[in-house]
Design a protein around this ligand. Sequence first.
Ligand code: COA
Length: 141
Amino acid sequence: VSARRFGDYLVSTDPGDIDLDVVVDFLSNSYWAEGRDHATQARANAASRCYSVLDGAGDRAQVGFSRVVTDDTTFAYVADVFVLPAHRGRGVAAFMLRCLLDDLGPVTRTMLGTRDAHALYESVGFVPLVAPERWMERPSH
Ligand SMILES: CC(C)(COP(=O)(O)OP(=O)(O)OC[C@H]1O[C@@H](n2cnc3c(N)ncnc32)[C@H](O)[C@@H]1OP(=O)(O)O)[C@@H](O)C(=O)NCCC(=O)NCCS
């Protein structure tokens, strides 16, 4: 899939467009991936479909990121979603997520976790767990 344009922004799925420094700088300071290092993120990215938002008006600097782990059939897990502060509030995250979800096609189940961005994900079709008693997780620590 070639880059998709949203105003001055481009959404790219080319792994070569990922600026690992930008991604790790943001994620290592986030509440969900605190301290994540370059090698860990590179390993996760390599096993994911990654979405990079580039500033198409300027120097194509990376301003947003997300990734999805999926079998393209029954299951998808969306992770590491962010837009840098200077570019928020313009619909960039929603557009990036629409690109990611469009590419998934008819996947049976698409999941994610969030602390406070529920409204963002509701805007692209997510709802809270309908039957949380049917779900389990296996904490790593
Ligand atoms: C959350 C985040 C990705 C949103 O990026 P954004 O480009 O500003 O989002 P958009 O402009 O596409 O917002 C689309 C809709 O999502 C909702 N939304 C956006 N940011 C939100 C937030 N932080 N909390 C709740 N709802 C939010 C709004 O309803 C918005 O609709 P509106 O434009 O009618 O107000 C960005 O604020 C960010 O990177 N935050 C820090 C990292 C983070 O929390 N990531 C999510 C982890 S699960």
